[in-house]
Design a binder for this molecule. Structure first.
Ligand SMILES: [Fe+2]
Ligand SMILES: [Fe+2]
Length: 351
């Protein structure tokens, strides 16, 4: 993807660094400027902070497909890792706080009864307790064509690299949970057929609405919370100590996917789009009814059975997913009910 427009002092300094050659005088000067900027500080709302979330998104992107015109050498530059960690710590703390208030009362059985089925039951209970605002019902019944496009823009930030953040966890697991994750990911990646990859199906949906399906094409348009939802997955996936959280996150995603995807598909059918456009959603109605069982019992359940101490982080990952996606849904619906766009009103000019 291209380097986005900066959204504040961190991103403007970061993007200046990234366009330099690592190790050059200019590059070293920019990294030094970043170091001065990146002091630990208290954020009022780091999940909604455009500058921080865009900086994290681009720093993580160095570990995925990279940024256009940016040297691959930046990926492990200590100054950038330092900056990332300074933002990750308060971001994780904010996610834990948001998850704690989203979770409600969770009944956890005594350690001796923590079987994989018991863990799956807790997660299914959590997923069922999610009675937040429903974007899928709005999309099915009311969304205009413009709102369908907005919906795809928000989703495109993740869905065009769908499954990648959870793949980081594969080498961090062993045995039953590892086999379960690989089984799910094999489906997400098309079972050997690139055109069936879920990211490719999503790109096809975007093309069906005459939208740009290039990865990252709409990053400038989305608010911080849409970036935070993806950054949360990258944080969980790239930190081995958070392997419980990434499995809980995936389990919750799989458990809350089948029914909403049916409704999303209905929304696009209501506007006259054919199976070519709705295939992405139709595929998830079927696949995730299977994935939720594997993710709940074998992946998250199997992991906790092997390492009971990870239960708290499995639940953290699941409830953080509920909390952040709930916040995104609230934003989308509040905008649409008021007849305004859910995207950023204006993209600031380059600094
Ligand atoms: Fe998928
Ligand atoms: Fe899935």
């Amino acid at each position: 993807m291209k380097i986005p427009e900066p959204r504040g002092p961190i991103t403007s300094t970061l993007f200046r660094a990234l366009t330099c050659t690592p190790g050059s005088d200019d590059g070293a000067a920019a990294v030094e400027d970043l170091r001065l900027l990146a002091t630990p500080k208290a954020y009022k709302d780091i999940i909604g902070d455009d500058d921080v979330q865009l900086a994290l998104f681009c720093l993580y992107e160095l570990h995925y497909s990279g940024l256009e015109g940016v040297s691959d050498e930046w990926e492990w530059e200590p100054g950038l890792i330092h900056l990332r960690r300074l933002m990750e710590r308060p971001f994780e703390a904010a996610l834990r706080a948001a998850a704690a208030s989203a979770a409600g009362e969770i009944n956890v059985p005594p350690a001796a009864e923590l079987t994989s089925d018991a863990v799956a039951d807790i997660l299914f209970g959590l997923a069922a307790s999610d009675t937040g605002p429903s974007v899928s019902r709005f999309v099915a019944k009311k969304a205009t064509l413009d709102q369908l496009q907005e919906f795809l823009i928000h989703k495109s930030i993740y869905q065009l690299k769908e499954a990648d953040p959870h793949t980081w966890a594969i080498p961090r697991l062993t045995g039953r949970p590892k086999a379960a994750l690989v089984e799910i990911q094999a489906d997400e990646y098309g079972g050997g057929r690139p055109e069936r990859m879920h990211s490719a199906l999503f790109a096809r949906t975007m093309r069906g609405l005459d939208m740009d399906d290039q990865y990252g094409a709409y990053v400038d348009a989305v608010p911080a919370v849409s970036l935070a939802a993806v950054n949360m997955m990258s944080l969980f996936g790239l930190n081995r100590r958070l392997r419980g959280a990434i499995t809980g996150h995936l389990a919750l995603y799989e458990m809350t996917s089948s029914q909403p995807n049916r409704l999303y598909g209905n929304g696009f059918r209501r506007h006259g789009f054919d199976a070519e456009v709705t295939r992405y959603f139709d595929e998830h109605v079927e696949a995730d009814a299977v994935h939720e069982q594997i993710a709940g019992r074998d992946l998250a359940g199997g992991l906790v059975e092997a390492e009971p101490g990870l239960l708290a982080d499995v639940l953290f990952g699941a409830t953080a997913a509920m909390a952040i996606d709930g916040r995104m849904s609230t934003h989308l619906l509040a905008s649409w009910e008021n007849g305004v766009t859910s995207l950023r009103a204006a993209v600031p000019a380059a600094a």
